[in-house]
Ligand binder design. Structure first.
Ligand code: GTP
Length: 205
């Protein structure tokens, strides 16, 4: 059974909880308590594989502060960064968060910076009040090599489900790649060790 840990990041009120709850329950619930950190758990089956999904939805008051972002960046295997298409400030904040994810991963993961991320432009139903065009979201996602989708947690489920599924697939591949690399490098060190122990002796025979 795979364990997949995701973190939701974004401005206060961007609709992080709404997007997540839509994915987990197919329902839209208008209001959520926003003054606590929440950890959601669900068992899923994707491509025939059973997984335990954990999603951290941090209390976003003051998400701009780097210390709030740092904790989930260390913990998570993948990220969902949400902004509100009718709020440019939330888009600028999403841009900063993507940058912070990169910086913190560089600092903490010794160069292993590629981590699956999806950028979500929420509240697509408010397009009459749009402040961020879809193209801007797409190009920010391209710059950061992440998935991108505009959605409306209030009105639709399918796009959100597709996006999470794609992200979870990327996370599973990423975890496998990391495990293979660990395996390869430990078998390389084992080969080196064996060589050191026996190689020299063989030479002197
Ligand atoms: N019109 C519209 N409103 C939405 C949508 N998604 C969420 N909302 C509303 O936006 C407000 C904030 O939603 P939340 O899901 O609590 O946002 P959040 O990012 O988790 O907020 P914090 O927990 O405060 O950080 C609520 O009033 C939701 O009902 C959407 O797709 N369309």
């Amino acid at each position: 059974m795979n364990d997949i840990k995701l973190a939701l990041l974004g401005s206060e009120g961007a609709g992080k909880s709404a997007v997540l709850v839509r994915f987990l329950t197919k329902r839209f619930i208008g209001e959520y308590a926003s003054n606590t950190n929440s950890l959601y758990r669900k068992r899923l089956s994707i491509d025939g594989r059973q997984l335990n999904l954990e999603v951290f939805d941090p209390c976003s008051q003051g998400t701009e502060a780097r210390c709030i972002v740092e904790e989930p960046v260390d913990w998570a295997d993948g990220f969902v960064v949400v902004y509100n298409i009718s709020d440019r400030t939330s888009f600028i904040n999403a841009e900063n968060i993507l940058q912070q994810i990169r910086e913190i991963r560089i600092e903490n993961c010794k160069g292993e910076v590629e981590v699956p991320v999806c950028l979500v432009g929420n509240k697509q139903d408010l397009c009459h009040a749009r402040q961020v065009c879809e193209e801007e979201g797409r190009s920010l996602a391209q710059e950061n090599r992440c998935l991108f989708q505009e959605v409306s947690a209030a009105e639709s489920y399918q796009e959100i489900a597709n996006l999470f599924t794609q992200l979870i697939r990327q996370v599973m591949e990423h975890l496998k790649y990391r495990a293979d690399r660990r395996c390869y490098s430990s078998s390389k060190s084992m080969a080196k060790l064996i060589n050191n122990m026996f190689g020299k002796r063989r030479k002197s025979v």
